[in-house]
Write a protein that binds this ligand. Structure first.
Ligand SMILES: O=C(O)CCC(=O)c1ccccc1C(=O)O
Ligand SMILES: [Mg+2]
Length: 336
């Protein structure tokens, strides 16, 4: 096991945390998860800037894991890296094929591309057309798809049959939950359809993140620092799961993405490119030098929020109040 820094104990005082917290609303250049702006709280810890940005619809219990991550990163720092750079994938949201080239153009390199599929309101034709366009533009790239659990069992089988010809690196969360993933994986095996399965929501949104590994529901797991309660906990989950892991962003700003990179850099094994290039989808960011890849890799530079940018993207007062109240409630849920 790599050395992990535990969550700070005792947790920092809430008034200290809020005194140097900044609520921002960052514009996206490409609509992602149905949003055009990403709200986040940037914290100023003694070790690092850190980010608290659970999605708006999440309840306090789920969001408190995201706060644990922000407090750990800001007040304890990052786990020790075992590599100096982290390879990343380009991510293509569920855009029409005509927009694929311009989305790919936002990334500095695209050796590995993740394509969002199974978007609500679209069908398999849309997915095949989008994946085909990526494959046409990048014949040699590693291609993966992410359905965010948007398919049912039969739909997933039909979709993966249709997409198998593009030789997918893996399919991320084709169906929701743990058991359905296991059942799908078994059926793919039976049909000799060689598509690897990655679990994302089945790791970060289930009460037991190790159920996937125990049930043999996936070939690899996706881990995200914020939803899993910080880099230290995520490292432990990967170690306990005994499966290859891909670190991915939660559409974080540069500050939150740096925590993901710290997690990826500390993993003993990193066989796949990580979903940490999403800062490229933002039209505005908190870091003067946005934390984006060069030559398909993120380095481990220091990422600090810039005071001018915190001001420029400051969220409206009522949103700041909403976030501060949420942060207080989440802090209450974290026991020392
Ligand atoms: O993994 C990537 O390539 C980018 C990050 C990503 O897809 C994502 C971003 C925000 C919320 C959920 C997800 C997801 O992996 O499902
Ligand atoms: Mg996913």
């Amino acid at each position: 096991m790599p050395q992990v820094n535990p969550t700070p104990s005792p947790l920092p005082d809430i008034e200290e945390v809020l005194a140097a917290a900044h609520v921002v609303s960052l514009p996206l250049k490409v609509r992602f998860r149905g949003v055009t702006h990403r709200e986040a709280v940037i914290l100023t810890g003694p070790r690092e800037h850190s980010e608290f940005s659970p999605f708006l619809e999440y309840g306090d219990a789920e969001a408190s894991a995201w706060l644990r991550c922000a407090l750990e990163a800001g007040w304890s720092g990052f786990p020790d890296p075992v590599r100096a750079a982290v390879p990343v994938n380009a991510t293509v949201p569920a855009v029409p094929p005509a927009e694929v080239a311009s989305v790919l153009g936002r990334y500095d390199a695209a050796h590995t591309v993740k394509v969002k599929v199974a978007e609500r309101g679209q069908d398999l034709h849309d997915d095949v057309a989008r994946v085909a366009e990526v494959r046409r533009l990048l014949p040699a790239a590693h291609l993966r798809v992410d359905a965010n659990g948007g398919w049912g069992h039969d739909e997933a089988l039909a979709a993966l049959e249709a997409l198998a010809g593009f030789s997918l690196q893996y399919a991320e969360q084709p169906v929701p939950g743990v058991e359905p993933l296991a059942a799908l994986r078994e059926e793919l095996d039976r049909r000799q359809l060689p598509v690897l399965i990655a679990a994302d929501e089945a790791v970060r949104k289930e009460s037991d993140p190790l159920a996937v590994a125990r049930l043999g529901a996936a070939d690899l797991i996706v881990v995200k620092a914020q939803p899993l309660g910080g880099a230290a906990r995520a490292l432990q989950i990967v170690s306990d799961a005994g499966l290859p892991a891909v670190v991915s962003s939660a559409l974080d700003s540069s500050v939150g993405t740096r925590v993901g990179a710290a997690l990826a850099a500390a993993l003993p094994r990193l066989p796949y490119a990580c979903g940490l290039a999403t800062v490229s989808l933002f039209g505005g960011d908190v870091a003067a030098e946005p934390y984006v890849a060069a030559h398909g890799e993120l380095d481990l530079r220091r990422v600090a929020a810039d005071p001018d940018l915190l001001r420029r993207y400051r969220a409206p007062a009522e949103r700041a109040t909403w976030w501060f109240e949420r942060l207080r409630r989440c802090r209450e849920l974290l026991v020392n």
